[in-house]
Design a protein around this ligand. Structure first.
Ligand SMILES: Cc1cc2nc3c(=O)[nH]c(=O)nc-3n(C[C@H](O)[C@H](O)[C@H](O)COP(=O)(O)O)c2cc1C
Length: 136
């Protein structure tokens, strides 16, 4: 299996409803492809982890790169893994600012992200996301 993490810049006109829509599509597509992961948003930038069979992950990343709802994608992790960090999430979402979004998977924004992230996930990955979400 393969883990890929990237960061990107959300387009200026991206609305909360757009993210809700991205999540709905992602959760059903990823479920079909046995892809799991986590999407973090700090109001301006995204950081997303996607994990699964390598070919599926690369194909999905190619698709996500072409999406005009964000730009300037930079891949920061690409590595083989033996265990998923987010085994139960077809795509969970956490946003540190703005109103609570509409999907039931979204945690309340006053819940700290480290209480949400799976306890057994690799420390470096936990670090990456908590650091990212502390940047406003
Ligand atoms: C920040 C961001 C993250 C995304 N993550 C995923 C994802 O995890 N899975 C997915 O299928 N699509 C994701 N998308 C949407 C894809 O770019 C694309 O719109 C979608 O996969 C198309 O699905 P469809 O061919 O079923 O319409 C994401 C888009 C953005 C902007």
């Amino acid at each position: 299996m393969y883990l890929l993490v990237y960061v990107s810049t959300a387009s200026d006109d991206l609305k909360v409803e757009d993210v809700g829509h991205i999540l709905d599509v992602s959760q059903s597509n990823n479920y079909e492809r046995f892809i799991t992961g986590f999407l973090a948003h700090n109001g301006r930038h995204f950081m997303q982890a996607i994990e699964g069979e390598e070919g599926e992950v690369r194909e999905l990343y190619d698709q996500i790169r072409r999406d005009h709802r964000h730009s300037g994608l930079v891949q920061i992790v690409g590595e083989n893994i033996t265990q998923r960090a987010f085994p139960n999430w077809s795509m969970n979402y956490y946003r540190v600012d703005g109103p609570a979004a509409t999907t039931s998977m979204v945690v309340r924004r006053d819940d700290p992200v480290d209480s949400l992230l799976p306890k057994e996930m690799p420390r470096e990955l936990m670090h990456l996301f908590t650091r990212f979400l502390s940047i406003r």
